[in-house]
Design a protein around this ligand. Structure first.
Ligand code: C2O
Ligand code: CU
Length: 513
């Protein structure tokens, strides 16, 4: 090769190299910037959003522009000089338990009622785990034992506004319980209603494969005679649609004239319609909160948000005919006394809209002069998530972990506008609080107060919600389509002055999503 040609080749290489750097440089920069450290505190994620207030002196969180990830720990002394750890928020340690349950988790093969065998996780040998029953006001104590779940486990009490230390989020309120370990949860079940529990360690995988169960809190006043109360927990195991772990219908005995409450729990990743064939029904509660003056409904489907609950009440027909509560399809719960094979009713074309169902009632605070206003704007764009290229969710234009940390102070009235133009619906779940829906797409709510802990925000929709910050701690605020949470649709609500000693990652492999 002569000298000129060699030089030419070198020049061409150099030009190509420069072009590559020009093209790839910003990509490499983005890629490096997306890497999350092996261990980090959620307190260091993203940037503080004070919802229009100035931070309390020494609140310790950096401002909107600062990107904290990797910056290491820093103090969050708020009202109290030293800050207060999430672990300090517990019920009275001296109070004895009224309901005590031990749940032992195992990785194993188990059989669904109806035959199919599933490779997954059980609690006390079954999935779903046992239904936990309590009466409003009782102190519930659950001892969780990990016998053989390799990644470690936790339990989160979905929809119950428990004290922060009991919330069961690995890396935020506790370390994952490793094989051979245990953890005791204690909380007062002060709200009567339908709830559920599930692991919040590697939750997208552990919930799907069975680490979940129902939790029912009965009202302190005894229900009238001739009341039947039943749980209908929907879950998909390896694609098999089940109710209470059974493929096909669940049969519940109910006599003519009986009032039956069917507590539908949607543990799936998507919204599920529920409808009733054979009798009118009322939607009497959503997400564990009774609705005010719900009227009888015929021929409408009730949308149940992923993670959400809907309590359906039916009065059994006088002629003894069976009633079918359809849960997402032809099967569900059949209520009857003599026969249990009513025909399947087609899915109604109309959908019950909680925004205008029932009658208004006081909500106990004024949402029109809030102390904080936040936006939770969900979008999607190409980029890197922890070094992986893809099209990822964004919150207020930022990609995980560079997302807002919503900061409040105890007692604040908080208003949040959730907007979604990401192309897909998102069932948004705020831990530790119930929020009331004020409006959807600017249309004000006119029905019963509609309190939610899980709210399906459809593509193109905007919801205005409000809540009172009355449960100090650090709380997840994420999408309950759990794979979406692993794709970065996770933020936190943090009270000024609260700190956590736990970290994501670390020796216990904490991985809440
Ligand atoms: Cu049902 Cu963050 O969880
Ligand atoms: Cu989502």
């Amino acid at each position: 090769m002569n000298e000129t040609r060699r030089r030419g080749a070198r020049v061409r290489l150099a030009v190509a190299g420069a072009a590559t750097v020009a093209l790839l440089g910003p990509l490499v920069w983005l890629w490096v910037g997306s890497l999350t450290p092996d261990t980090y505190s959620v307190m260091d994620m993203g940037y503080a959003d004070y919802g229009g207030r100035t931070p309390a002196p020494a609140a310790g969180l950096p401002d909107h522009s600062a990107h904290l990830m990797g910056a290491g720990m820093h103090g969050h002394a708020g009202h109290t000089p030293a800050g207060r750890s999430v672990t300090s928020f517990t019920p009275d340690p001296g109070r004895p338990a009224d309901v005590a349950v031990t749940l032992t988790a195992r990785r194993e093969r188990f059989r669904l009622a109806g035959g199919r065998s599933v490779d997954g996780y059980t609690l006390n040998g079954t999935s779903p785990g046992p239904v936990i029953h309590a009466t409003a006001g009782q102190l519930v104590q659950v001892t969780l034992v990990n016998e053989s779940v390799p990644d470690g486990i936790t339990l989160h009490w979905h929809g119950l506004d428990v004290p922060n230390a009991e919330d069961g989020v690995a890396g935020v309120t506790q370390d994952a319980v490793r094989v051979g370990g245990s953890f005791v949860y204690r909380f007062v079940a002060d709200q009567a209603g339908t709830f559920w529990y599930h692991s919040h360690q590697v939750s997208h995988e552990q919930v799907r494969r069975g680490l979940l169960g129902a939790l029912v809190v009965a009202p302190a006043v005894r229900p009238p005679a001739r009341t039947v109360d039943t749980v209908a927990l929907l879950h998909l195991y390896d694609g098999a649609r089940t109710v209470n772990g059974r493929e096909g219908d669940v049969r519940v005995r109910a006599l003519p004239g009986d009032r039956v409450r069917v507590r539908v729990i949607n543990t799936e990743n998507g919204e599920t319609p529920v409808w009733v064939g054979g009798a009118p029904f009322r939607l009497v509660a959503v997400d564990g909160t009774d609705l005010n003056e719900p009227s009888p409904v015929r021929d409408a489907a009730v949308p149940v948000t992923a993670g959400g609950r809907a309590d359906i009440e039916v009065t059994m027909p006088a002629d003894g005919a069976p009633v079918r509560v359809h849960i997402g399809g032809p099967t569900g719960v059949v209520l009857g006394s003599r026969s249990y094979d009513p025909p399947a009713a087609p899915r109604p074309t109309t959908t019950l809209d909680p925004l205008s169902y029932g009658r208004p009632a006081p909500i106990g605070f004024d949402p029109d002069s809030p102390d904080r206003r936040f936006t939770y704007d969900i979008g999607r764009r190409p980029g890197f998530l922890d070094g992986r290229p893809g099209v990822w969710w964004t919150i207020n234009g930022h990609m995980f972990p560079d997302v807002p940390m919503f900061v409040v102070a105890e007692g604040d009235v908080v208003r949040v506008r959730i907007a979604n133009d990401s192309g897909e619906p998102h069932p948004m779940h705020l831990h530790g609080h119930h929020a009331v829906v004020l409006a959807r797409d600017g249309v004000r709510a006119t029905g019963s107060p509609w309190w939610v802990d899980s709210l399906d925000v459809g593509d193109g929709e905007t919801y205005d919600i409000a809540f009172v910050a009355d449960n100090p701690g650090i709380w997840m605020d994420h999408c309950h389509n759990l794979p979406h949470a692993t794709e970065g649709l996770v933020a936190h609500l943090m009270y000024e002055g609260v700190t956590t000693p736990f970290t994501v990652g670390g020796p216990d492999g904490n991985a809440p999503e």
